[in-house]
Ligand binder design. Structure first.
Ligand code: C5P
Length: 250
């Protein structure tokens, strides 16, 4: 069982804006390493926030364990250190799924929508995953035409995204937090099962408290006070961790 195996970082496969992915001695498993880098606007705004990787790794682990309890398949296997998780190696579908419960961010700018407008049903958008193009919004027909995903894959990631969104709305509601929107990446494992990959953290979700204040990366996108960003991420971790002991080896 991979859960009981000790895996070590072997060879760096990929370095993204917030994480590194490392190969291990097990072909189908990677180690995801959470960095302290924080970026916005596709890397246009960039900084380093001490302990951000530790906070996000720990937040993400709690969320993935919650999703597993609710039978949601994800690439997550286990946390193995302050910044590291063992995950299944996925072939990532190059289509990002954004699901919105309330209007904020790019959809407000695109259509001049009032911030905070509540969507009657969660609104799902697809974006073509390509940093050099700034991940543009894409329609389903083009995804199919260019074979970025099959019809079945699109149907499946849409179905899973709605279920995960509902679970996450319930998760945050118990802490008095509104889940505004979130981004998902999906991929296929070695047996061609489609499942959630990447991370779920305040980097990828918009979270508002009862007063409508942001408890997520918008604090960095819209401000310059890294201490404030840190205290928001720490607040989120403290809120959801309660009985979990933080893996904090540094
Ligand atoms: O920028 P936009 O308003 O479209 O973002 C919607 C949601 O998706 C936000 O929660 C944002 O943090 C997340 N997102 C992300 N990675 C991106 C783009 C958006 O995590 N590349």
């Amino acid at each position: 069982m991979i859960e009981n195996m000790e895996l070590e970082k072997f060879n760096k496969l990929y370095e993204g804006k917030a994480k590194e992915l490392w190969e291990t001695s097990e072909l189908n498993y990677l180690i995801s390493y959470y960095k302290d880098d924080i970026t916005a606007g596709n890397g246009e705004k960039k900084d380093t926030m001490l302990r951000k990787g530790i906070l996000n790794q720990n937040i993400c682990t709690i969320i993935y364990e919650y999703l597993h309890e609710h039978k949601v398949p994800t690439h997550f296997i286990k946390s193995i250190g302050p910044r590291e998780q063992v995950v299944k190696k996925l072939k990532i579908i190059p289509v990002e799924v954004i699901i919105r419960n309330y209007a904020a961010g790019s959809i407000c700018r695109r259509y001049n929508l009032p911030k905070g407008h509540k969507f009657k049903t969660p609104l799902l958008e697809l974006f073509y995953k390509d940093d050099s193009l700034n991940d543009p919004l894409v329609v389903k027909d083009l995804v199919l035409e260019m074979e970025w995903a099959t019809a079945y894959e699109l149907q499946e990631i849409t179905r899973q995204a709605h279920i995960i969104n509902q679970r996450m709305v319930e998760f945050w509601k118990q802490y008095g937090i509104t889940l505004v929107d979130q981004k998902f990446e999906f991929g296929l494992d070695n047996d061609l099962n489609i499942m959630l990959g990447d991370e779920i953290t305040p980097d990828t979700q918009r979270l508002w408290n009862k007063d409508g204040e942001s408890l997520d990366k918008d604090v960095f996108r819209e401000g310059d006070d890294l201490d404030e960003v840190h205290s928001v991420y720490q607040y989120i971790y403290d809120l959801i961790s309660k009985e979990t002991e933080m893996t904090d080896g540094c």
